[in-house]
Design a protein around this ligand. Structure first.
Ligand SMILES: C[S@@+](CC[C@H](N)C(=O)[O-])C[C@H]1O[C@@H](n2cnc3c(N)ncnc32)[C@H](O)[C@@H]1O
Length: 404
């Protein structure tokens, strides 16, 4: 097969050249950008609101840039701000978006949220990939509290592909609609509401997120709706109020049959709210607890044994803390290193560049905490009826360990 001959760059028009070297992602209305503004000593980063043509983005040094100058550009394009500084257009990652958004509640840090999602081991087929009963109930996960919505967003990303596609028009309506004045919800046109209701009824995976604090729920709703123009928003149902009320009503509707595939609790005194969660959890489903302190995990275990709950501890994991150097960009939980080639300060004019490779000094500790993973058993076969195990005090030698 003959391949087309590449054109010499000198023979391309500037427009075609810029297309060839562009990131290929054109910034659209309602996108959120992460702008890198040239600074005096170091760059300044700014997470924008969803871009609307008439709005202005305020930056550091009293400068600003018109949103209309950003819409239609490509990622990595450079535009001048009102003070003449260069501003580079970046797209925020999910983690960067969360870290740099306003918060009403302490979130599960993005790399810890990723760990929790991976512990759930979600492997859902896309619609149509498996023979299944069209009337089969969806795969449901329950999460409380919603808080900032960090874990919610990570969970929704993992469920997203299991659901049928929405339409660009519906996504556009979802991310631009105003909130209802006196209620929790979007003020959609009757046609958009009907399209949204019909889409919700077609979902194969649903994340239910509940918080008793309406302010937290509303802020999380907005955060998730604005991320990537409502990409993951339709997978989530937001609930405000009591865990007991919501789940008891659902259990009544299902005649007591459990319907949740997994549940996650990130709230103080989880055991005070866990009974309906465990009742609603299907056998073999996982219950994950996120706790800042190990003693809270111990408290839950003591309660679970005392009340003979049909769940069993599988693992307890300490999440590693990490540090960030600039506080605005995520390190994925890893330790950030400085790797650069520099001419040493004060060196002779003809000095050779040297490579610097050292861990960056973090100025903020992030993440950490404890995760307990429990599995739901059939009530009768609960291994919690087992006597409390006695800890053996004898040391296992390394040799003994390696024996078959
Ligand atoms: C630490 S935040 C959760 C953070 C969230 N997981 C995230 O990643 O952003 C705890 C939340 O639990 C909520 N909460 C506390 N007790 C609750 C309860 N009994 N029922 C429902 N929500 C509760 C609080 O209002 C708060 O928003």
């Amino acid at each position: 097969m003959r391949l087309p001959r590449p054109l010499a760059p000198g023979r391309l028009s500037p427009l075609r050249l810029s297309r060839q070297y562009s990131s290929g992602h054109t910034v659209k209305e309602n996108d959120v950008l992460f702008l890198r503004q040239q600074g005096t000593n170091f760059p300044r980063w700014h997470l924008t609101a969803p871009l609307r043509p008439e709005s202005r983005v305020r930056l550091a040094y009293g400068a600003s840039v018109n949103a209309s100058d950003l819409i239609g550009r490509n990622l990595l394009d450079v535009v001048p701000d009102s003070s003449g500084r260069d501003v580079v257009l970046h797209e925020p990652s999910m983690a960067t978006y969360i870290i740099n958004s306003a918060r009403q509640a302490t979130p599960i840090y993005p790399h810890d949220a990723n760990t929790i999602v991976s512990l759930l081991d979600l492997n859902l087929p896309r619609p149509g990939e498996e023979d299944e009963d069209a009337n089969a109930p969806p795969f449901e996960i329950f999460e409380a509290g919603t808080g900032m919505g960090s874990l919610t967003l990570h969970l929704a990303r993992a469920l997203h592909a299991a659901n049928p596609p929405t339409t660009p028009a519906l996504r556009n309506s979802l991310c631009t609609a105003h909130y209802q004045l006196h209620d929790f919800g979007l003020d959609l046109t009757p046609e958009d509401q009907a399209a949204f209701d019909s889409y919700r009824a077609s979902r194969r995976a649903v994340l239910h997120t509940l918080d008793r604090n309406p302010k937290h729920s509303r802020a999380a709703h907005k955060l998730i709706r604005q991320f990537r123009r409502s990409l993951y928003f339709p997978t989530i149902d937001f609930h405000i109020g009591s865990i007991d009320e919501y789940l008891t009503e659902r259990l009544t509707q299902s005649d007591g049959a459990p319907f949740l595939s997994h549940a996650i609790l990130d709230l103080p005194s989880a055991h005070e709210n866990a009974v309906p969660v465990i009742q609603a959890l299907k056998p073999n489903g996982l219950l994950i607890l996120f706790k800042p302190s190990i003693s809270q995990i111990g408290d839950f275990q003591a309660w679970m044994k005392r009340t003979n709950q049909p769940v069993r501890f599988e693992r307890v994991i300490e999440l590693a803390v990490s540090t960030t150097a600039d506080g605005v960009r995520d390190t994925g939980g890893g330790r950030e290193w400085d790797v650069k080639t520099v001419i040493p300060r004060g060196a002779e004019a003809d000095a050779q560049p040297v490579q610097v490779m050292r861990p960056k000094v973090g100025d903020r500790v992030v993440g950490g905490g404890f995760v307990a993973i429990l599995r739901r058993y059939h009530a009768k076969a609960s291994p919690e009826a087992e006597p409390v195990e006695e800890e053996t005090t004898s040391q296992v030698t390394p040799e003994a360990k390696s024996e078959p």
